[in-house]
Design a protein around this ligand. Structure first.
Ligand code: HMH
Length: 220
């Protein structure tokens, strides 16, 4: 199609919420070099728990793509996402060592549990591929945009946090998010019922709310 895709329109429509998720004070504190390291460590431990729950969610999106997608390249993009999560788990373990965070004694906080429960609700077989892929794109895009801010030339990100910011802010991850956005846009464009569009839009805004609460958690 021509002009703006649905995702870009929704980003405009929900701009305030999108910016709250992508320009959270915690991220801005990393970018400005003023980050409180106990907040960073709290975030690291909670995010490890989140990512472990995120893996079965991504597997469920892969399964929906196999059943419902008309494009076989979707599965390859999702498989790439699974592969990078494999890498990410090892990365979290190395970071936890570096920062002296004991992953096994981290207790998931309520905001984390709420977010994981929401993702689990999207894993049900009756949830449409479009809805799940829209949510998946949103989860990844928030981290990509957030950590990219910390890599801008004017950023004063501390050297010891550069690896974290590069994990999600690197151009390759940016391209991966664009691929996910294209899949979501294609599905949304081909969608024949308003009902599923409303559900996908609601999944997008719900992810944004959970992301804000997740960042808030770093403040303890
Ligand atoms: C809370 N959102 C949260 N954690 C992550 N690791 C990502 C998004 C990106 O995968």
């Amino acid at each position: 199609g021509n002009g703006k895709g649905t995702i870009a329109k929704w980003k405009d429509k929900h701009r305030r919420m999108y910016d709250q998720a992508t320009h959270h004070p915690f991220i801005l504190s990393i970018r400005d070099g003023a980050v409180d390291y106990s907040n960073f460590k709290r975030w690291l431990g909670q995010d490890y728990i989140f990512v472990r729950q995120f893996i079965p969610f991504v597997a469920s999106v892969l399964l929906k793509s196999w059943k419902e997608s008309d494009e076989e390249s979707d599965m390859e993009v999702l498989l790439g996402g699974m592969a990078s999560l494999n890498d990410e788990i090892s990365w979290f373990k190395r970071q936890a060592d570096k920062w002296d965070v004991h992953l096994h004694s981290v207790v998931p906080q309520q905001a984390n549990l709420n977010y994981c429960m929401f993702l689990e609700s999207l894993m049900k077989p009756e949830v449409e591929y479009i809805v799940a892929i829209t949510a998946f794109w949103a989860v990844e895009a928030v981290y990509q945009e957030s950590f990219s801010l910390c890599l801008e030339s004017s950023a004063k990100t501390p050297l010891e946090l550069m690896e974290t910011c590069q994990r999600w802010g690197n151009p390759g991850f940016g391209e991966y998010c664009v691929s996910l956005q294209k899949i979501a846009d294609r599905c949304l464009e081909n969608s024949t019922t308003d009902d599923v569009l409303l559900k996908a839009e609601a999944a997008f805004t719900t992810v944004l709310q959970h992301e804000v609460s997740f960042w808030d958690m770093s403040y303890g």
